[in-house]
Design a binder for this molecule. Structure first.
Ligand SMILES: Nc1ncnc2c1ncn2[C@@H]1O[C@H](COP(=O)(O)OP(=O)(O)O)[C@@H](O)[C@H]1O
Ligand SMILES: [Mg+2]
Length: 198
């Protein structure tokens, strides 16, 4: 099994958390913060079905709003783009997205086992293409889509859609961090936050 902390350190990505406060906004008033990462803040909408996600990364904004974004059972359902609600200290605008509520992978579930296998495949591919520097992740993912991985067809299609999106929008894959892979209540594995911009 790979060591994720080592992997992320090798990829030059520290586990930092977005320092910005939640901007004042009528939709967000009194909503509970349930997640925060390097580029996003997630608030519970309170209906058990949806969340408000404040995104600062242009990569995430493209992924959730582009007409040609990847869709299907392994990608999050986006309900609304509520526009720009502020600006992050990083300088990027903060976009408010309303999307389906997802859940952390629970150890021992099929979604979690599948995610760990994918992360392992991806890590091996990254080792193989490490001489490519910043292009490593992109090329590694592309090669994963070109080879049979022994995973189900739907998931293989999702990897292809993700790889196509990454090429089209010149962003990078961010699937080594298990936090970026989540699941639905019904147990489906979802690529909730699979891209970033260097
Ligand atoms: N759709 C969602 N539903 C519930 N929690 C979420 C959802 N998306 C993300 N989260 C939580 O918020 C955290 C940060 O989200 P993530 O998408 O990884 O943001 P970042 O762009 O900062 O990496 C995740 O680790 C996860 O716990
Ligand atoms: Mg993330």
């Amino acid at each position: 099994m790979i060591d994720l902390a080592t992997a992320r350190a090798k990829l030059g990505r520290e586990a930092v958390v977005l320092p910005d406060p939640v901007p004042a906004h009528p939709l967000l008033d009194g909503k509970r913060e349930i997640g925060r990462g390097e580029y996003s803040i997630v608030l519970d909408k309170g209906d058990g079905e949806r969340v408000y996600k404040i995104v600062s990364s242009p990569a995430d904004y493209f992924l959730y709003t582009a007409d040609d974004r990847p869709r299907g059972e392994h990608f999050p359902i986006v309900h609304a783009d509520h526009g720009v609600i502020g600006r992050a200290q990083s300088g990027y605008p903060l976009h408010l997205i309303e999307m389906e509520r997802l859940y952390p992978l629970t150890d021992g579930t099929p979604a979690s086992d599948l995610a760990m296998r994918l992360i392992d495949f991806y890590w091996s591919a990254c080792e193989q293409w490490s001489r490519l520097g910043t292009n490593m992740g992109r090329i590694a993912l592309y090669h994963m889509t070109q080879n049979p991985l022994g995973i189900d067809e739907g998931l293989h299609e999702a990897l292809k859609a993700l790889s196509d999106f990454i090429e089209e929008y010149q962003v990078l894959p961010d699937i080594l961090n298990a936090n970026n892979l989540m699941m639905r209540k019904d147990g489906t594995l979802v690529f909730s936050d699979p891209v970033f911009i260097a």
